[in-house]
Every structure is written in structure tokens, then in C-alpha cells.
Design a protein around this ligand. Structure first.
Ligand code: GRF
Length: 187
């Protein structure tokens, strides 16, 4: 599931294709038509589906549509790789222990959509990213993998976000592998 540029989505596909991740990316769901993730899927030959939140009657209705698609595609795990929508019990309850999120802070610090800017404003000297299983409260749930990065004196939100991004691409495939292992999934 991706809303934006899709670099984490591509990192998962790359890890899968290189053999570093023993999993196959079978489907991409996007909510923003034409977003970077969708374009990457086209380039990489991965099927994608649009689940536009603007066309859904509620958050629950959007999630029900996603669940239908994922069931049809027979997925074992679902990854929120930059999914900028709040998800509901519909999705979380359908994929218990199987729904993974990536967040650009060392949780439980700096939850929410402005995590990188908030970390910078707080003056922390270490930040990073967290891959975790999804619980109902936004940016909470059992942590699978974290990576720390230094915050430099002259960092902007963009430079810090770029440093964090590089670590996200490293830990997200690891988190998928760990979640699969916890569930005893075989490929
Ligand atoms: C990442 O920083 C992720 O932590 C956040 O959204 C961003 C997605 O980036 N949830 P990309 O679309 O994968 O490039």
C-alpha cells in the first residue's frame, strides 16, 4: 500500500528480486491516481489497483475494498509502505499480525504525519525509522525493526528525511522477513 513516491515499495520489490527477501510482491494498492508508486509498479511490472479514498464513503469502506483486493490476490502479508491514510479495524482485524507499517522516527517518539519535522524541532541528535505491526492507534504496535541515524547540526527536514529514507529501504524488507518468520509462513 502506497500513497506517494513509492521508494519503499520499490525497495521491497528489489529485495524480493535479488533474493534478499524470500517473498513475492504480488500487488500494489495506491490511493492517489498516478502517484510515484503507481509509476514504479508500471516500470517494474507489478500489478496495481487504485483505491481512491475520495471515492469511498468512509475510512471503513476504503479498508473493506482493500481487504477484498488483498483476499482475491491471496496475500499473506500487507505492507503500508508510505500509506498516508488512517486505517481502521476493518483492515487491522482482517490481517492480524500481518499488517506492517514503516514510520520515519524512532517510535514511540514522534508519531504522526510530521515526524521528521517534529524530531528536528525537538532538537534530538538521533532519529531514525521504525517498522512495526499495526495497531488501532496511529503509529503504534509491536516493533519489528528500527534503525537510528544521526541528526546533523545543519540538517533540514529534507536532508534528515533523505538519511532516514535510506535506512527505511534497508529495514522494511527485514521487517517483512521477520513478520513472515513469526507467522511460520513459507515461500
Ligand atoms: C516514508 O518516509 C515512510 O516512513 C512514511 O512515508 C514515507 C514514504 O516514502 N510513512 P516512499 O513513498 O516510500 O518514498
Amino acid at each position: 500500500m502506497a500513497s506517494g513516491a513509492g521508494s519503499n515499495f520499490e525497495a521491497l520489490v528489489a529485495a524480493s528480486r535479488s533474493g534478499a527477501l524470500a517473498a513475492e510482491v504480488v500487488l500494489l494498492a495506491v490511493n492517489n491516481p498516478g502517484c510515484g508508486a503507481q509509476q514504479r509498479a508500471d516500470r517494474l511490472g507489478i500489478p496495481w489497483q487504485l483505491h481512491d479514498h475520495r471515492a469511498a464513503a468512509s475510512r471503513e469502506a476504503l479498508d473493506r475494498g482493500l481487504c477484498r483486493s488483498f483476499r482475491e490476490a491471496q496475500v499473506d502479508l500487507v505492507v503500508m509502505a508510505g500509506w498516508m491514510r488512517i486505517v481502521t479495524e476493518e483492515l487491522i482485524g482482517t490481517f492480524p499480525e500481518r499488517l506492517i507499517n514503516i514510520h520515519p522516527s524512532l517510535l514511540p517518539s514522534f508519531r504522526g504525519a510530521r515526524a521528521v519535522a517534529d524530531a528536528l524541532a525537538a532538537g534530538v541528535t538521533l532519529s531514525g525509522c521504525t517498522a512495526h505491526l499495526v495497531s488501532l492507534e496511529v503509529d503504534t504496535g509491536p516493533i519489528l525493526v528500527q534503525a537510528a541515524v544521526p541528526v546533523l547540526a545543519d540538517d533540514s527536514t529534507e536532508s534528515l528525511a533523505a538519511r532516514i529514507h535510506r535506512q527505511e529501504h534497508r529495514i522494511l524488507p527485514l521487517a517483512v522477513q521477520i513478520a513472515a518468520h513469526r507467522l511460520g509462513l513459507q515461500v
